[in-house]
Design a protein around this ligand. Structure first.
Ligand SMILES: [Fe+2]
Length: 210
């Protein structure tokens, strides 16, 4: 996965925005797995649901995928253009989580059923020039937000297994400057506007649709 590049994926990413072009910031998505060239050596039924791979891209810097989890999924990220920042939180072990939930319940927090205690796992900055692959595990770093630090940043995203039958949950990104390893409460929210309006593009010809 370290060697994943735009050349290897045979994609021409959308051009970088020009200063003179009208601003139309958005996030796009293309499913590599669902493309006509997907893993043709494997039988479809053997791989469906076991793996999901996609390309996510940002037209501009300072756009972000909302804070979300990958339920019981291993995620791997390789940047293929520009630079991104991943900010992530880890689930607590079940005993610790239960203990904190009980304590909070005793304090009369009425919104408790919309909240989960998590531990801040840090921020990671990676660029397409790095060989680095970010790993988001079922427990460690599972809840995350990804922000573009440069115009046109894009990354390849591999999920094992895929999302099928277990959608992600979104959380409010309300913690301004979290401290590493400290516990914070994250509040669940409905699917944010930017996730609902993410533009889907055909993988074999990623380009602007208008
Ligand atoms: Fe994700």
């Amino acid at each position: 996965m370290e060697g994943v590049t735009t050349e290897m994926l045979s994609v021409n990413l959308p051009p970088l925005p020009r200063a003179s072009s009208p601003s139309r910031s958005f996030i796009y998505f293309a499913s590599v797995y669902e493309s006509p060239i997907k893993f043709q050596e494997l039988e479809k039924n053997e791989t469906d649901g076991l793996i999901e791979c996609s390309i996510f891209g940002f037209t501009h810097a300072n756009l972000a995928l909302p804070l979300h989890n990958h339920p019981d999924i291993h995620g791997f990220i390789k940047v293929i253009r520009g630079k991104i920042q991943i900010k992530s939180f880890s689930w607590l072990d079940p005993d610790e989580e239960q203990k904190l939930m009980k304590l909070n319940m005793a304090s009369g927090d009425h919104l408790l059923h919309h909240k989960k205690p998590v531990r801040f796992a840090g921020k990671t900055i990676i660029s397409s020039e790095d060989k680095t692959i970010a790993s988001l595990c079922p427990q460690i770093g599972n809840i995350h937000t990804i922000q573009s630090l440069e115009d046109g940043a894009a990354f390849f995203d591999l999920l094992i297994p895929g999302y099928i039958g277990r959608p992600c949950t979104y959380y409010a990104d309300e913690v301004e400057n979290p401290n590493f390893d400290e516990i914070y409460w994250l509040r669940t929210i409905p699917e944010p506007f930017c996730a609902r309006t993410m533009r889907s593009m055909p993988y074999d010809s990623i380009h602007w649709l208008d």
